[in-house]
Design a binder for this molecule. Sequence first.
Ligand code: HEC
Length: 127
Amino acid sequence: MNSGYTAVSRCTFAAVAVLALAACAPSGVSYSKDVQPILTKNCSECHAPGKEGYVASGLDTTSYASLMKGGKFGPLVKPGDALSSSLNMLVEGRAHASIRMPHGREKLPDADIETLKVWVNEGAKNN
Ligand code: HEC
């Protein structure tokens, strides 16, 4: 009787530990499943050909290729280096307040900011 109870609680503990780890250090971020939806939702309404953000900065966030190309201020993403990638600086608010993105909007949710960071640090792959 007793041993059954112990097994269950160990299992619960293991599940909680795995969840906690996953929450602290997300990994295996996918461009198509995780990153592009964040950009589509928060950036592409302005950063698509013909829209105000694109006209002002040359940045088009509607595809992997155009994102990696960057805008007229240069590349936005340095694979493996979220610390110095403009994409991360802008959404984390590490750039000057006047150019935090999304432009004139609420900051992105922390989970999205973290997803972009992990994706860049994992090599900004087209996965
Ligand atoms: C409401 C429209 C709008 C949204 C949404 C928006 N932007 Fe922008 N973005 C602009 C405008 C306008 C500019 C040019 C003016 C400026 O630099 O402040 C700009 C400029 C930029 C620049 C060039 C900054 C520089 O001056 O070096 C980058 C990079 C950028 N946006 C990235 C993003 C990203 C990433 C997102 C989504 C998280 C985003 N933007 C969302 C309108 C927008």
